[in-house]
Design a protein around this ligand. Sequence first.
Ligand code: COA
Ligand code: AMP
Length: 629
Amino acid sequence: MAYKDVYESWKASPEDFWMQAAGGIDWIKPPSKAFFDQGPAGEWFADAMVNTCWNAVDRHVEAGRGDQLAIIHDSPITHSYRGITYRELRDRVASLAGALRAKGIEKGDRVIIYMPMIPEALEAMLACARLGAIHSVVFGGFAANELAVRIDDAKPKALIAASCGLEPGRVVHYKPLLDKAIDLAAHKPDFCVVFQREQEVAELIEGRDVAWHSFQYGVEPAECVPVEGNHPAYVLYTSGTTGQPKGVVRHTAGQLVALNWTMPNIYGINAGDVFWAASDVGWVVGHSYICYGPLIAGATTIVFEGKPVGTPDAGTYWRVCQNHKVKSFFTAPTAIRAVKREDPNGELIKDYNLRNLQAIFLAGERADPDTIQWLEDKLKLPVIDHWWQTETGWAIAANPFGIELMPVKKGSPSVPMPGHDVQVLDEGGNPVEAGVLGAIAIKMPLPPGTLPTLWNAEDRFKKSYLSHFPGYYETGDAGYIDEDGYLYIMARTDDVINVAGHRLSTGAMEEVLSSHPAVAECAVIGVADTLKGQMPLGFLCLKKGVETPEDQVIKEVVKMVRDRIGPVAAFKSALVVDRLPKTRSGKILRATMAKIADGEEFKMPATIDDPVILDEIAGVLKGAGYGTD
Ligand code: COA
Ligand code: AMP
């Protein structure tokens, strides 16, 4: 079947399409129908009974894949390699789940997971899934304060952490961060499970902390607990406009059906194949394509603890692809830009035999045509950009490689996937003509596997996504669709920026900056960066009479962002200005400032209060070396 036929078959009858896709899942009680018009956005397969861990692990052992590797851990940072078969994974997860159950974890309880890229992170996720507990994984690059915010929102009964993470040349001390987060949070978990790594053994707090291995001693392994199709599988926090992150909820059955559909149809991956997503379990890519997607499909997934460059060199990606016979490889464009910068002629690629590799998938930020061209030239393989969000859990638009490789148009993530009726709308909510820029929206309902709501925040869910364009989900991205139906994602419509494929809130950074005693007012924008796509840049208006030297204030706010949000914010620069440009209603003109910083043409906003301030800002930016290329 061609893509067009598949997409049309979905459009003709979404119910039949998704019920057929549901055939790939082992149900305890099959769904009576696909779509349920309930909840704020509709729900999928709500009356089914099912278990995610069974589908991701146990059923493959039953089907004779027990000896196949489920997980390969490849860590150039620790120079180690380890494989875990599906049988071993089942036994390890059942034991961990049994120990969690013995400590009181039950269906519906929340468990926060704060772990680096080690197989135990996936085992912790799967153990929660086995019990019907709702996990919330927090990225290791966030600071204690961010972890505390998530603890207070999710109210977990337990936290599962590792003693440390390993960044090149630096040990990330997880345990002190965990302790500090629990101190800061109003909610206190009943207990913490700590996986002790040999690189740093953490001190446990008696009565609260238990060690990963010893707390499993002598426990009864847990069987898979049946849950409803609309039972939350997890909550994953993502950046919004304010400092309070949004808890994206994922329902169990929708995720199973959708991810199982994507593995062969988008990624060309079937049971027995090796799939690698070089991301982190703390991001949605890690949830969908390091943990659940490949395992649900019975493939082998790779947990990579390293960087595209420097661990030890820019050939690492190709070594992993060669050594583990990776068939489809998924990474972020920023990582490829890092590789290209170190190895512009692709000399290191020649050292490896990549005959198993069939395609490379890029997501997380816009894939710039130069990066795609470089990869195509060097690898002579399809390079596929696809577009999605934490909220959607899987690709809204992609080149459906597993169905057919459509002509690649560089700069476009290609065409909508089944389930997504993507429209470009004007401010009034009317679809615009091909080629015209507008807000990208998806006609409701969204397909299985996408967010049905936000955790404990239904009103915020409706306000953030459903109310601006009634009948549509607002993606927060702007772009256009060309005459051939290809999508182009050009920018965010909100104050979210994308730094090295990481989604960050400028609002959250502004909250930190404005808490500095010398700062009267501030703004943070994303400026173009050749490696990371964007980098945050702060603007500070200082209070009258402040005696602290400007450089000192800047140093202090940089440190504050690192301490409060985390190193992942990559906040390194700020400029002191007299005033900030605003509209007459007082809204800071961040988008215009970003255009000036990037040296782009801009239209003077009609609502600007005092245009002279823009000249002042341009002068300061120029003085600091921005906007001059
Ligand atoms: N735990 C703790 N700290 C982390 C971390 C983690 N899991 N991940 C990143 N950090 C830290 C880094 O060490 C760095 O700290 P530093 O300021 O002390 O150097 C900081 O956060 C910024 O990290 P990053 O933006 O990743 O920059 P980098 O300079 O370390 O590496 C790239 C640049 C391009 C190599 C890197 O960003 C990369 O591999 N990106 C891939 C993006 C990706 O996979 N995105 C997921 C979405 S698909
Ligand atoms: P996240 O929720 O962290 O996955 O970030 C989602 C956002 O990243 C999207 O809303 C886009 O702004 C951006 N993004 C992700 N993938 C792409 C892509 N392929 N092309 C353009 N932008 C992308």
